[in-house]
Write a protein that binds this ligand. Sequence first.
Ligand SMILES: NC(=O)C1=CN([C@@H]2O[C@H](COP(=O)(O)OP(=O)(O)OC[C@H]3O[C@@H](n4cnc5c(N)ncnc54)[C@H](O)[C@@H]3O)[C@@H](O)[C@H]2O)C=CC1
Ligand SMILES: CC(C)CC(=O)C(=O)O
Ligand SMILES: [Mg+2]
Length: 356
Amino acid sequence: MNYKIALIPGDGIGPEVVAETVKVLEKVSQKYGHTFEYTEVLAGGCAIDATGACLPQETIDICKASDAVLLGAVGGWQWDTLPGDQRPERALLGLRKELGLFANLRPALLFDELADACPLKPEIVEGGLDLVVVRELTGGIYFGEKGFKDTDLGPAAYDVEQYAEEEVRRIAVVAFDMAMKRNKKVTSVDKANVLESSRLWRRVVAEVAKDYPEVALDNLYIDNATMQMVRYPKQFDVIVTSNIFGDILSDEASMITGSIGMLPSASLAKGNFGMYEPVHGSAPDIAKQNKANPMATILSGAMMLRYTFGLSEEAEAIEAAVKQILAEGYRTPDIYTDGKKAIGTKEAGDLIAAAI
Ligand SMILES: NC(=O)C1=CN([C@@H]2O[C@H](COP(=O)(O)OP(=O)(O)OC[C@H]3O[C@@H](n4cnc5c(N)ncnc54)[C@H](O)[C@@H]3O)[C@@H](O)[C@H]2O)C=CC1
Ligand SMILES: CC(C)CC(=O)C(=O)O
Ligand SMILES: [Mg+2]
């Protein structure tokens, strides 16, 4: 089969990790006889520099005409002084909204092979860790009304957290459907003791839960949830939460799995369309030094094969190749521990491609 992939390398380490993912996808294509047709497009700081806009219309059009999108990351220090509505990160929000990507799946999987890089005591994560954060991606405070106003205390800025019932319902359905395929447990995370939007969230999630009598539903406040994540993460299976809380919780979960350089994600629309992106950002501190861990993006590529193209065997081949090189002791700097074999971004891509 022929699959059209829009590639958005973006900024910082984005181009480096996307290049290694393409290397791995090409190996999959050779082995399994698929054709991946890539169209590279601009978004983020590089798009601002080239065109003056962080998200050119051409990028949106090409993404919509593709079967799936693979994104590295956007943003960087050189654009930090731009006004908020012109920053590179706006491209990411714009893409998510334009493409209708309301469901962000962020699995946090501690590979047995990487137990040495987990900062928690071995007995806490004994038997592994496998949870998924189902993050609402096109609503909440990242998309609410924002602006500036004068107050009694002087000039102020505001961002509004708002959720429509339907936005909560559709992400809750994704979470419960996923729970049915996993361990039939959902933890909904909110701040319903303080926020009106969270009270609506909690009520709608409870309504959706009635359609899934086999699934156990827990509610946690976000402050407690962040603490529980490091105290005993194995209590979680599917976590469903808002845009901002999911953003924060998934970065926290990533550290338990060794590094943010390991965590993939799928941003899904209704149907099979999706944008696949690592959980991390553009990491300007390590860009262009062959230090970035490309595995989060390579594993995002595997999610693309599984969710959008329905190629489970090929996705598993990528995941097995990642595990193999970890088992062989290869480590990028972010997951390096004494006695292991130090490698860089390119070597990681080469080794994973070779292991396919
Ligand atoms: N999806 C996206 O495009 C995202 C973009 N950003 C943007 O990225 C820029 C940097 O943001 P930060 O807060 O520093 O977050 P970040 O995720 O880029 O980096 C945080 C830390 O993790 C490390 N790190 C990240 N990815 C890594 C990888 N693959 N391998 C090894 N180490 C890795 C970095 O070196 C840094 O020390 C900002 O402009 C931010 O807005 C942030 C998050 C998501
Ligand atoms: C850069 C932000 C727009 C989003 C973010 O941090 C994320 O999606 O992980
Ligand atoms: Mg984030």
